[in-house]
Write a protein that binds this ligand. Sequence first.
Ligand code: ATR
Length: 289
Amino acid sequence: MNINGKTRTCGLIGKPVEHTMSPVIHNTLAEELGINMVYVPFLVEENLKDAVQGAYALNLLGMNVTVPYKSEVLESLVVCDELAKKIGAVNTLVREEQGYKGYNTDMTGLYRAMKSYGIEIEGEKIIILGAGGAARAVAFLCLSYGAEKVYILNRSIEKAKAIATEVNEVMKREGIIAMTLEDYSRLPEEKMLCIQATSVGLAPNDGDAVITDEAFYKRIHTGYDLIYRPANTRFMQLVKEQGGKAYHGLKMLLYQGVEAFELWNQVTVSEELADKVYEVMKGVMKIEE
Ligand code: ATR
């Protein structure tokens, strides 16, 4: 890395930021593409507005935003991408004339990660496990990209119903159906894609899944777990035991970064280069597959 007078800076705003993988992703991409850019973490204890204004004043090219600021940051934007606005969460700021434009590359990154595995959304019936912030964003993604039906299964039915009502209203169609976790026997009798969006199974409390019955997993041809630590969750194991394909969420993390990098630098990252960055990430995280 050769930092000089023309080096552009991007960074991550969040609390905490110590364990982020983003510097690995962006600094590897910059180096590989010969782009004069550095990426650094910025711990923002409070005063998010001041942080965003300060970043703009310091001529920062772009920012990522992580927990707990992904919703609050919408107040500091001059303009917001449509999907990100619908979701109500932004993880990427791109410098424009009067301020920053907001995007949600967590979701476009998830879409690209699934595409890289040959997983389709358009025209599909999809099961989402969970009804927290992540599940809500995934529900918007699925309907925005043309899923036929989305079944949201959650422990507390009220939260699943709230997402279904909201997403159906915003997307102007009855695409989402809310169910409890025990309701899976009422799902259509065909194999579907299932996206695991609960926190159950996440290290260090791994070894658990929200549904463990084999009968449920017989209905799944592909499972995508947003969790990547551990790299083989109980959910993934259960999917594979019934003959399905299963993937962890590390490629989602990769592609949310790739998409942000592309927006900041107006470049296209090739699949070969994305794979190379993925190998570096796996090395850092000690993940083998
Ligand atoms: P995030 O923002 O990452 O989505 P969240 O909003 O806290 O996190 O959502 C966590 C999700 O995991 C919820 O769907 C939650 O179910 P409830 O809405 O019923 O709480 C789900 N979850 C967490 N622990 C669970 C458990 N032990 N059994 C079943 N579901 C669980």
